[in-house]
Write a protein that binds this ligand. Structure first.
Ligand SMILES: Cc1ncc(COP(=O)(O)O)c(C=O)c1O
Length: 448
C-alpha cells in the first residue's frame, strides 16, 4: 500500500498548485512582509505547500480566493465550532460594536454576568472570569493553583496540548520526562516545573501526587491534540480521588472537549473539577477564553491576602473580558451552541464516522475512528490508542498530508494537524457526505 504514497502526494500537490493560482499569488505577495509568509505559524502547516486564502465563510462552508467552495470540517480547529458567522452572534456583535458602541471600555457589561451564570449552569463551577484565549485561561489557572497551595509544580499528561503554556511542553520518553522537541526559547526547562504521566495511567498519577508537591493536575478530559484518547472506565474517579486525597487541585480544560455536549465532558461524564478552562468556540469566532472556579477555590482566593488578583499579580489582560467578546459569547451560548444543536452535531458526527468506517472496512485497513460528541478522528491503528505515547507512535505525517490534501482537492477542509472532523450547528448531511466520498476516493487511490 505504501509504495505509491510519495507520488500520490506529489500528484495532489501539483493539482493543488494548478487549481489555486490566486492563493499562490496572494501567498507570494505576503511573504516579504509576513514572517514565514503567514500571519500565524500554524497557517503554514497546510499540506499543499502554501495555504488556501480565505474569501468567504458562512455556516460550514468556506470559499477561497480561487472560487473553490469547501465543506469545512476543520472549523478553525474548534474556534468556529459554532459555524462561521452564526446569525445570532453577528447580530449581537453589530449591536454592541455599531448600534450601542464600545468594544473595549474596561467596564463590565450585563452580558458578562449572563455568560458567567450560563457557564456555571453548564459546567457546575459557580464563578467565572474571562481572557482572550484559552491559553491565557490555562496560564492564569496554573498561577492560582500554585498560589493557593504554595506548591511549585504542576502535572500534565504526556502529549497534552493546552495552548502555548510554558509548563505544558513536556513528554515522557522511556519513562523519563523531557521537554517537547523544538521548544522555542524556554525560560526554564519544563521538566523543572512539571511532572508528567501517561493518560490512563492511574498508578503513575497517584505516585506522582503522593509527595504532595504538585499544585494541580491540568488535563483535558480526553486527550484531543494527539488524536483523541478517551479515558478508561474509572480513570476520572481515580484522578479526582487522588487529587482530593493529596490536596491537589484539578483543572479541566474543556476547550476542545466541549464537543461532548453543552457542558463538555465535565457535565456529560459527571467530572468534579476545581477549576474549568475553555475558549475558542464560545465566542462564535470572536476571541474569548474563560476560567471558572469552584466555591471552595473562590473562598480560598478571597481569603488569600498575599496574592494580588487585581493588578500586577501576573493575571490580566487589557482587552480581556471586553464588551464585544462577551456580547458574542452570550449570543453564541444562548442561541447557537444549544443543547438541541449538540444533539444534531453528534448525529452528524455519527454519520461522518459511519462513512469513514465503511471505507476502512471495504479495504480491510488496520485503522479506527474515535468519537467525542461533535468531533471524530480517524487513526492509523486497529484499536484506539490508550495513552499519548501510543497515539504519537501511530502518527504518519506523509499519510496524513496525503489524505488532508486529497480531501482538500475534493472540496473538504480538515485541520492540518489532526485527522479530525468537527461538526457545527450549521453543518449539513451533504457536507458530511462530501467528506465520505472524498475520503473513499483518496483511500481507493492509495490501496489500488
Ligand atoms: C485543549 C486546548 N486548550 C487550550 C488551547 C489553547 O487555545 P488558544 O490557542 O485559542 O489559546 C488549545 C488549542 O488548541 C487546546 O486544544
Amino acid at each position: 500500500m505504501r509504495a505509491p504514497l510519495s507520488s500520490l502526494l506529489a500528484e495532489e500537490r501539483a493539482r493543488f498548485a494548478a487549481e489555486h493560482p490566486r492563493s499562490a499569488a496572494a501567498h507570494a505577495e505576503a511573504t516579504p512582509h509576513l514572517l514565514g509568509g503567514v500571519p500565524m505559524p500554524w497557517m503554514a502547516k497546510w499540506a499543499g505547500g502554501f495555504p488556501v486564502y480565505l474569501a468567504e465563510a458562512h455556516g460550514a462552508r468556506v470559499v477561497d480566493l480561487d472560487g473553490h467552495e469547501y465543506a469545512d470540517l476543520c472549523l478553525g480547529d474548534t474556534g468556529a465550532m459554532a459555524g462561521h458567522s452564526p446569525r445570532p452572534t453577528v447580530d449581537a456583535v453589530r449591536e454592541r460594536l455599531e448600534a450601542r458602541g464600545g468594544a473595549t471600555v474596561m467596564l463590565p457589561t450585563e452580558d458578562a454576568a449572563w455568560v458567567g451564570a450560563e457557564l456555571a449552569r453548564r459546567f457546575g463551577v459557580p464563578q467565572w472570569q474571562f481572557t482572550l484565549t484559552a491559553t491565557d485561561a490555562n496560564r492564569f489557572a496554573l498561577r492560582f493553583c500554585r498560589q493557593l497551595t504554595g506548591r511549585r509544580k504542576v502535572l500534565v499528561f504526556s502529549w497534552c496540548y493546552h495552548g502555548s503554556v510554558d509548563e505544558t511542553f513536556v513528554v515522557l520518553e522511556d519513562g523519563r520526562p523531557r521537554a517537547r522537541e523544538g521548544l522555542v526559547g524556554a525560560a526554564v526547562d519544563p521538566t523543572e516545573t512539571t511532572a508528567v504521566v501517561e493518560f490512563n495511567d492511574l498508578p503513575a498519577l497517584e505516585a506522582a501526587l503522593t509527595g504532595q508537591e504538585i499544585a494541580c493536575v491540568l488535563a483535558e478530559p480526553a486527550l484531543t491534540n494527539i488524536g483523541i484518547v478517551l479515558p478508561e472506565p474509572g480513570f476520572w474517579d481515580g484522578v479526582r480521588a487522588a487529587c482530593s486525597r493529596t490536596g491537589t487541585l484539578l483543572i479541566i480544560d474543556e476547550t476542545h472537549t466541549l464537543s461532548a455536549g453543552p457542558g463538555g465532558c465535565t457535565r456529560a461524564w459527571g467530572l468534579e473539577p476545581d477549576l474549568v478552562t475553555l475558549g475558542k468556540a464560545i465566542g462564535g469566532g470572536v476571541p474569548i477564553g474563560a476560567y471558572g472556579v469552584s466555591k471552595a477555590v473562590a473562598e480560598r482566593m478571597a481569603a488569600d491576602t498575599e496574592g494580588d488578583y487585581e493588578d500586577a499579580g501576573g493575571v490580566g489582560g487589557t482587552l480581556a473580558g471586553n464588551a464585544l467578546s462577551l456580547a458574542a459569547a452570550r449570543a453564541t451560548l444562548a442561541d447557537v451552541l444549544t443543547a438541541d444543536a449538540f444533539a444534531r452535531m453528534t448525529a452528524l458526527q455519527e454519520r461522518f464516522t459511519a462513512g469513514v468506517r465503511a471505507t476502512i472496512a471495504r479495504h480491510g485497513l488496520p485503522w479506527c475512528v474515535v468519537e467525542l460528541g461533535a468531533r471524530a478522528e480517524y487513526r492509523f491503528a486497529p484499536e484506539p490508542p490508550r495513552t499519548g505515547a501510543e497515539s504519537a507512535a501511530v502518527a504518519d505525517t506523509e499519510l496524513e498530508d496525503y489524505l488532508h490534501l486529497a480531501v482538500l482537492n475534493r472540496g473538504v477542509l480538515i485541520t492540518p494537524f489532526h485527522n479530525m472532523a468537527l461538526m457545527s450547528p450549521a453543518t449539513t448531511e451533504a457536507e458530511v457526505d462530501r467528506h465520505t466520498e472524498a475520503f473513499a476516493d483518496a483511500v481507493a487511490a492509495l490501496v489500488s
